[in-house]
Design a protein around this ligand. Structure first.
Ligand code: DX5
Ligand code: ZN
Length: 250
């Protein structure tokens, strides 16, 4: 729960937080998949899709509620791709997420929406699709605990990373510094061991990964390999290279 804690404090001492996406988990073995990540994953990312804002249906608040009951200490990173976002807030806030992220494009009143999430004691996130610029977020950046930059068009797991979205990560990092703000920057879609170093170099704090984690025989090993890839590329000096250089496609 948010309280007076700032989300950035959860990242202290870690170069990158990893949030595996349950969208790619085996639904009939979700418990086993989640528990296999013990000690490797930082957060759990839960994708909620409405078949309207995005062309797919996934989970609902019942899953978030069940996860919270089963894993009281786990940071539940809930990403709702539903429109209008306002109509779904009460049911998701009642399911006790740690962070609730709504889409700018799906909220008619983004300021009120973020305020409502914060008033409920939940960290508030705001997301933008690949086709949305960072600038429209400016009026609400001071309210956001996290900005989620979609690096695929939302709706499905297993899509290719859109490297150009890293430019927006750079803009958001600059805006944060200029304005003395504290939000974390999260990226979601097509993240894997080949592009994780470029993602980090661009300024992301949190990486969501579905297929690259749960699509592997050993999900915990896949997270570990991404951390190793990040360290190795950093040691090789990826920081000085262009953001597109390591933005490998699947
Ligand atoms: C896409 C979802 C993502 C998705 C990522 O609409 O928001 O969280 O699960 O999956 P991968 O990592 O497979 O692209
Ligand atoms: Zn997501």
């Amino acid at each position: 729960m948010a309280g007076s804690l700032q989300l950035k404090e959860l990242k202290a001492g870690k170069e990158m937080l990893f949030s595996p996406s349950l969208l790619s988990a085996d639904v009939l073995n979700m418990e086993r998949h989640i528990e296999s990540l013990e000690g490797e994953a930082d957060w759990l990312h839960v994708d909620i899709m409405d078949g309207h804002f995005v062309p797919n249906l996934s989970y609902g608040p019942a899953l978030v509620k069940a996860l919270r009951a089963r894993y009281p200490q786990t940071f539940l990173d809930v990403h709702i791709m539903v429109e209008p976002a306002e109509d779904f807030l009460d049911m998701f806030l009642a399911s006790a997420p740690s962070l609730l992220t709504v889409h700018l494009e799906a909220a008619g009143h983004i300021h009120r929406t973020l305020q409502k999430i914060k008033d409920a004691g939940v960290f508030a996130g705001v997301s933008i699709n690949p086709g949305t610029a960072a600038a429209p977020l400016i009026p609400v950046l001071h309210m956001a605990d996290l900005v989620l930059v979609m690096s695929v068009n939302p709706g499905y797991g297993g899509q290719s990373f859109i490297a150009e979205t890293l430019e927006k990560v750079g803009e958001l990092r600059e805006l944060r510094a200029e304005r003395g703000l504290n939000y974390l920057i999260e990226i979601d879609g097509g993240v894997n061991a080949n592009n994780i170093a470029a993602i980090h170099a661009a300024g992301c704090d949190v990486a969501v990964a579905g297929n690259a984690v749960f699509g592997k025989p050993e999900p915990s090993k896949a997270v570990r390999e991404m951390r190793i890839a990040l360290q190795r590329r950093q040691a090789d000096g990826v920081k000085g290279k262009s953001s597109g250089e390591y933005a490998g496609r699947r």
